[in-house]
Design a protein around this ligand. Sequence first.
Ligand SMILES: Cc1ncc(COP(=O)(O)O)c(C=O)c1O
Length: 494
Amino acid sequence: MMRIPVDKETTIPLYRQIESFIGAQILAGTLAPGMRLPSTRELARSLGVNRITVNNAYAELEAQGYIASLQGSGSYVAEVASSFPHIVNDDLGGQALPGWQQRLAGGGFGAAPADGRIAALKDDPEGFWYAGGTGDGRLFPVEEFRKTLQVVLCRDGRRALDYDDPRGYPPLRETIARIMTSQGIPAHPDHVLVTSGAQQALSLVARLLLRPGDTVLVENPTYAVALELFRSLGANIVGLPLDGEGLRPDALERTLAEARPKLIYTIPNFQNPTGVCLSGPRRRELLELASRRDVPVLEDDYVGDLRYDGRHLPALKTLDVRGGVIYVRTFSKMLMPGLRVGFILAQGPVLAHLENCKRVTDLASSSLIQRTLEAYITVGRYHAHLRRACRTYRRRRDLMLAALAEHMPPDVRWRTPAGGLFVWLELPPEVKTVELSRRAADQGVGLVHSSRFYIDRRDRPFLRLNFAGQAEDRIDEGIARLGRLLADRRDTKE
Ligand SMILES: Cc1ncc(COP(=O)(O)O)c(C=O)c1O
């Protein structure tokens, strides 16, 4: 029997309440076409209302085409296209919002509203998508992962569907420690905390170490959603300039003295968005300065192992002997972002605090996904994946660089990124990337505004192009279109 929450204390007539409840169920599809509704007598008895009330409700529903009654056999749900108009309606029927909701209106912490037209290009087979922040979804090992998922469910049964250790599924933490150690970053499983992607790792660290008004030092420009995170916590964000060797230690030294930060957030490898790597000597200098001022360093190594040229530089974590660095890594870029698996590597009391933070945030990451990842990713397989990803993305980077050399006007400049996902273009000073992205979207080319990467959210003449997510045979044409737009400068100025 339907449980309709009728409220006899309100001024809304009972028949209206019954009618709108049943109508909503039909629209949502929970009452499917052809289903027989309870008789008016049955429903009236179960709700404790007069039978005429139910009759009136059914008559209204029938008049609106939601139900049909067949002589002698009762009422049935009619064919209605299911939708959720009663739920998605966000004007709340013209009611005034409660005060606390009104105070929140217009707030937010700087997330730019998504431009639907640009976002749609991501899945458009005719589109050229350079705005993304990940590798290529077409390389995801879908079938192998499906098989592993099944194997894990058969093997572990309900344990795979239960809560797991808040620090992460222990065998996965062991695999992570082995992968890290195999890459020259010695790690013990007890120092690994599994998180829902690197983003949650950043969030846990920031929540632990920053109070409203505290200063965090970041490279400027930097990863857009880290900026949004720090803003959301009310932090005072101070930027450090970058050059071809990463953040400038002279600026760091000065700013450390002046701003007295509580945290330094850095992306030493293939920085997002500029693609630059922090040089070896500067890594040591950064650690030395941070240690002297007793400031924790949050090292975001989101694509550190996607290196195409030259040798890997030591992670800050490897150079750190005193527990001053909190290291963050993710399986999102090298494997699949939808797994939402990343991790923190840290030592000392901060680790226990972060474990508690993780527990009160979401109890634990998905046991099923962690177990499947663990069954899937041995050290050998990780390296095989890495080799394949590097081969593919290196080829795409080179194609992108060749296309840029061919199609860009002479006043557009860039550096060759030694790894990662992005080329960072320096455009002529008068170009506005907001306007450029709008024009580019008309040509089927998806770009991201530069303002997202800057602390002050001001547009600057730089463009982050993702080369890794683009099929090889489409790189040249997209860049050619972009080149034409930039050559026709009238189109890109505001
Ligand atoms: C620099 C950087 N850090 C962290 C993340 C978050 O990655 P995830 O939460 O998917 O692991 C991203 C994603 O784009 C990123 O670019």
